[in-house]
Design a protein around this ligand. Structure first.
Ligand code: PLP
Length: 386
């Protein structure tokens, strides 16, 4: 039996989500852009899903939701699309992107690419508790700033970022504000209007919908240079819509919204047990702010242990956790997030992230806590002194 404690990497598709998708992969295969009824039924299903996603994001109107293929694409459409649009509209005067050192690679790698293409990119640092340095970021703002991108909650530590505060300052400087809320969706309340952002990225597979579908909230009136050209999604993202996955994503958002309070209470209870047990292990510490975190995420460092080895040791016992972001696991360099937080490299390399979610049980936690202390001690004993 697999004990899955890596819900920040991806999540299982809920059975009711799969059931809602299947008709659109069978008889309901019409193209939502076709005029005849087979197509129009698919169109209606896509538009219903748009409303379901919009409701979970706090959008004023469903038309503010653009469907994409994933969170990474949503981030790219937001940041590159807003940056090039502002650059072109101001004849190159607004050419600065401000972000932080703790963003997901979907943002960091894109920012590097935009820098190589001639835009200016600045990254604010973060504090020891994992929150971005709002003062440093605010001081970077000026009338050349096109876009500010700050994640809503960090994927490794789960720490919430001061998005609303930064959004107010950035918008006062005339910049557009994007937040990568991929990890927060379904785990914390998100309201684009309350946050005061112009753009907000989310992804289906983090909220018990399938992989291959995402969405970008685009505040009404905000214009973006599209990455994929075409007339779909009101000219903002070309490509025939992924109807079945969009339907699944919509239902997953509706369920997540309905269950948010109960799910976060459940996650907090499980996480509390995980933290109490893990921190009893000699030389263990918790990374990130003690409270201002996603309720489902705990990130630990264990002195004298390699995090990748610990992940493998737990995997041999049927337990899935991660030693960093899933997409970069296997890398031996310490996480850029922990480095930005000032965690020493040896300790950063001895880290694991445990994230609970839909379907996680007390029995999962019992199994983790039964195995973890022994696995840490065995790895320490096997370590060849440097
Ligand atoms: N942003 C954050 C914060 C993430 O955690 C992830 C995925 O882990 C992404 C973006 C990318 O999302 P996707 O896998 O849907 O491209």
């Amino acid at each position: 039996m697999t004990v899955y404690l890596d819900h920040n990497a991806t999540t299982p598709v809920r059975p009711e989500v799969l059931d809602a998708m299947l008709p659109w992969l069978r008889g309901g295969y019409g193209n939502p852009n076709s005029t005849y009824s087979l197509g129009q039924r698919a169109r209606a299903a896509v538009e219903r899903a748009r409303e379901q996603v919009a409701a979970l994001l706090g959008a004023a109107d469903a038309s503010e939701v653009v469907f994409t293929s994933c969170g990474s694409e949503s981030d790219a459409l937001a940041i590159a699309g807003a940056a090039w649009q502002a650059h072109d509209e101001t004849k190159g005067r607004r050419r600065k992107i401000i972000t932080t050192k703790i963003e997901h690679d979907a943002v960091r790698v894109l920012a590097g690419q935009l820098r190589r293409r001639g835009l200016e990119v600045l990254e604010a640092g973060c504090r020891g508790d994992g929150t971005a340095d709002a003062g440093e970021l605010t001081a970077m703002l000026d009338d050349a700033t096109a876009v500010v991108s700050v994640m809503h909650a960090n994927n490794e530590t789960g720490v919430f970022q001061p998005v609303a505060e930064l959004a107010a300052a950035a918008r006062a400087a005339g910049a557009l504000v994007h937040t990568d809320a991929v990890q927060s969706l379904g785990k914390a309340r998100i309201d684009a209007k309350v946050l005061g952002v112009d753009l907000l990225a989310v992804s289906g597979h983090k909220v018990n919908a399938p992989k291959g579908v995402g969405a970008l909230y685009v505040r009404r009136g905000v214009r973006l240079a599209p990455l994929v050209t075409g007339h779909q999604e009101k000219n903002r993202r070309g490509g025939t819509e992924n109807v079945a996955s969009i339907v699944g994503f919509g239902l997953a958002c509706e369920l997540a919204g309905r269950e948010l309070s109960a799910a976060s209470a459940h996650a907090l209870a499980l996480r509390g047990r995980i933290e109490a047990g893990a921190l009893r292990v000699r030389g263990a510490r918790l990374n990130g702010h003690a409270e201002l975190r996603l309720p489902n995420t705990a990130h630990f460092s264990f002195e004298g242990v390699d995090g990748h080895h610990l992940v493998v040791a737990l995997d041999l016992e049927g337990i899935c956790v991660s030693s960093g972001p899933a997409c970069s696991s296997g890398a031996s360099t310490p996480s850029h997030v922990l480095t930005a937080m000032g965690v020493p490299p040896a300790l950063a390399n001895g880290s694991i992230r445990v994230s609970v979610g839909w379907g996680s049980t007390d029995a999962d936690v019992d199994r983790l806590l039964a195995v973890l202390p022994g696995a840490v001690e065995r790895l320490r004993a096997a370590r060849v002194p440097a």
